[in-house]
Design a protein around this ligand. Structure first.
Ligand code: ARG
Length: 738
């Protein structure tokens, strides 16, 4: 009887493993051990060595970390890089102005000498190899108190990293997996001479704007292209006219074969952050407290900016990158809260915890774990908005971001005064130390003056900023309990009579913008040429920022730190317990901006009852959405002409239509933007650029039914380069597979 029972449960486990197989962001170095058989069964036609190899070139070498926040892939022997339009957005916007508006008009370098180098530094990073350093790290961490763990870990990684990169130009980065049950060291090669090769106009690259963002069906040509340059030895080098195109160890061939439902599809990229082992309390905090607050705070910024952006082109260009960034995660958190509820993630987590509690009943190590985590959350909850309000409310107005510079300056002046007052120091000692500090003050001010060049603070932007400042005062007043306010805020709020806060806050805002030097680039420039502590201490924007920051640092940061340390420690124990509880399950670590592979298939879905979403969109759909002159749904005439002529060249499908975007069920998150979607042979078939609305809960819970990745079809990318951009020479650089 017992045997049958056992057999029965393993069979069940086996089935559930298969069903869950598209979930998971896997470490490439572990694929051979953990996933290879399954990948093969699904259709993969490469060897493990072709996926990840330290000594030979492999897919890992072609899939790179793009600018520390996105993914890109090498697609030619001459360092050509493909990534998303929204990943290149900052660079493209920076290279644009009203006279030479490549953001709106698009751009293709006709020769390499026409490629453009953005002023703001950029980088791409290749993974050289991945070392499992779990044993060494855990040995060194034993006995270290939880609160010191982070700092100690940095020391350990530094020691191991130095050894691992000795005698090379490589860099290293350490990564914690499973909340500290495992540790990996990534040896990396970083290139910084990156130049823009081309981009479609933004009404293609960002077609659908915020309305379509995070949603399917999608019709965005979300791609841009860069090139990596190296020195003559093919090694990383600072920008120089002498540099030559980088010769990659591996680059991806481009498939023209197209996709159909059920095709094998894999994605390699650098997913940023997931929290799949989150406790139910964390889910509740997200849906009830954190997410709605971020959404409401960001809405204030977006509304005020939009008002000004529609008024003139210069303002629109200056604010468009910031607007897109804030809007992206404004909509994200709205969707996350909605889908966590719709997909009943709280209930699912509670059920898992219940099963765990039952298993843990007689295990000393684990039996109080769920009680403990409850205590930790109960303690933290009253302060959970503090950090969010510091980042998303206090530092939301540009004036306050500018004024935050004063914090470092103030610290230096305070030190200077202390030295001057120190009785035990000799005159010479004092003079030397003061000269040192004065030097620092000078450099700091000079650097800030230089940085100020790139800050856009026109009258229009300032008008928006004033509105944001006043709006943020009100949000703080309403949503942060009075006993958590700094004294300065209590003083402002004490003027409020009969609950009418608008008038008081408007007056205060006027005063700050009139008196503060941070409200005016001219005044600030003057100050930076001759900085003074006295002047700084009288500045109302600086005082506002300083009081809130001090309030946070002294009263709330210790609580936040303690919460993080304790919840991480309990999370670590929980994952360890889950692994013991399910010895046959293959676990994958949360995303942490390290290179991962996800595999699955091309797949449609049903978003709700009686509704079916096809897995592919076409240019027909682009035209259906087209609204002439619209902010989000306009199109370049060239594309419309090609559509009317049905001039799609070799990029059309069998039914004569031009493919635009398609769906896979790969497990990705933010940071995967720009990742290649590859077929069973490792040829690129598309470019991942988004997730879908029904699975916005995906960072906390992977829902098989709904979780999809939205990709630009590579045929649309090639069509846009060749037919709309007229850049056949770029296509000629690639290796096409028909
Ligand atoms: N949601 C996508 C991502 O996070 C695209 C973001 C950029 N687009 C935008 N409309 N803001 O990767």
């Amino acid at each position: 009887m017992k045997k049958i029972y056992l057999l029965f449960t393993t069979a069940l486990l086996f089935i559930s493993n298969i069903a869950r197989a598209d979930e998971g962001m896997w470490l490439l170095s572990l694929l051979e051990k953990l996933n290879y058989k399954d990948m093969q069964a699904k259709g993969l036609r490469l060897t493990p060595e072709q996926l990840y190899s330290v000594n030979n070139s492999s897919l890992k070498d072609a899939c790179i970390w793009f600018n520390g926040g996105c993914t890109g892939e090498l697609i030619s022997s001459e360092g050509l890089i493909l990534t998303n339009h929204h990943c290149g957005y900052d660079a493209i916007a920076e290279l644009s102005n009203v006279q030479d508006n490549i953001l709106d008009n698009g751009f293709w370098a006709k020769t390499k000498s026409e490629e453009r180098k953005p002023v703001t530094p950029m980088s791409i990073t290749r993974v050289v190899r991945v070392d499992d350093v779990t044993e060494a790290v855990l040995a060194k961490l034993s006995g270290v108190a939880e609160k010191d763990r982070g700092i100690k870990l940095q020391e350990i990684f530094k020691e191991l990293g130095k050894k691992a990169t000795e005698g090379t130009h490589y860099e290293y980065t350490g990564r914690e997996m499973f909340k500290g049950n495992a540790y990996y060291l990534f040896v990396m090669e970083k290139f910084t001479d990156i130049r823009l090769v081309g981009t479609p106009p933004q009404n293609i690259g960002k077609f659908g704007g915020e309305t379509d963002n995070w949603m399917w069906p999608r019709h965005t040509g979300d791609f841009s292209m860069f090139r990596v340059y190296a020195n003559k030895d093919n090694k990383p080098a600072e920008y120089s006219a002498e540099n030559v195109p980088y010769k990659p160890l591996h680059y991806l061939p481009v498939s023209l074969k197209g996709v159909k439902e059920g095709d094998f599809a894999m994605i390699i990229g650098f997913p940023g952050r997931t929290n799949r082992y989150e406790f139910s309390q964390g889910v509740a905090l997200a849906t009830d407290v954190v997410d709605p607050n971020i959404v409401n705070l960001r809405a204030i910024r977006l509304e005020a900016w939009k008002e000004q952006m529609v008024m003139d082109e210069d303002t629109r260009l200056k604010l468009s990158s910031d607007y897109a960034g804030i809007a992206n995660y404004w909509k994200y958190f709205d969707g996350e809260a909605e889908q966590l509820k719709r997909n009943k993630v709280y209930d699912k987590k509670t059920a898992e915890e219940k099963a765990f509690a039952k298993w843990a009943e007689n295990r000393d190590e684990y039996k109080t774990l769920l009680y403990d985590i409850d205590q930790v959350y109960t303690m933290y909850k009253p302060y959970a908005l503090q950090r969010i309000y510091l980042n998303e409310c206090i530092f939301a107005p540009t004036i306050n971001q500018l004024a935050s510079f004063g914090i470092g300056l103030d610290e230096l002046y305070t030190k200077r005064a202390a030295i001057q007052a120190a009785k035990e120091k000799s005159k010479e000692e004092k003079a030397k130390e003061i000269a040192d500090i004065d030097g620092k003050i000078k450099t700091m001010s000079e650097n800030y003056l230089k940085a100020l060049n790139d800050v856009h603070y026109t009258e229009r932007i300032k008008t928006a900023d004033k509105k944001i400042f006043a709006g943020m005062l009100k949000m703080y007043y309403r949503n942060i309990p009075a006993d958590q306010w700094p004294e300065s805020f209590t003083k402002i709020a004490s003027k409020i009579k009969n609950g009418n806060s608008d008038e008081v806050f408007a007056k205060y805002t006027d005063m700050v913008f009139e008196k503060s030097m941070f409200a005016s680039k001219e005044k600030l420039t003057e100050f930076l040429k001759e900085p003074s502590h006295k002047k700084l201490l009288k500045d109302p924007a600086f005082m506002y920022v300083k009081s809130h920051r001090d309030n946070y640092m002294t009263r709330f940061k210790p609580k936040v730190d303690e919460f993080n340390a304790q919840s991480n420690a309990l999370g670590r124990k929980y994952i360890k317990g889950l692994m013991e509880m399910h010895p046959n399950r293959t676990f994958y670590p949360d995303a942490n901006s390290s290179q991962r592979l996800s595999y699955g298939t091309v797949q449609s879905y049903n978003p709700k009852d009686a509704v079916h979403y096809d897995y592919i969109t076409t240019l027909e759909g682009v035209m259906e959405k087209y609204v002439p002159g619209d902010y989000e749904f306009s199109l370049p005439q060239k594309l419309i002409d090609l559509y009317n002529a049905k001039d799609y060249g070799r990029y059309k499908m069998e039914n004569g239509r031009l493919p635009v975007a398609f769906l896979t069920n790969n497990d990705i998150t933010g940071g995967n933007s720009g990742s290649p979607v590859m077929d069973a042979n490792g040829h690129i078939i598309g470019l991942a650029f988004d997730g879908n609305w029904e699975a916005m809960s995906g960072n906390i819970h992977f829902d098989e039914k709904y979780k999809r990745t939205i990709n630009v079809d590579i045929r649309y990318v090639l069509f846009l380069i060749e037919k709309v951009g007229g850049a056949q020479h770029i296509i000629n650089e690639m290796t096409l597979v028909e």
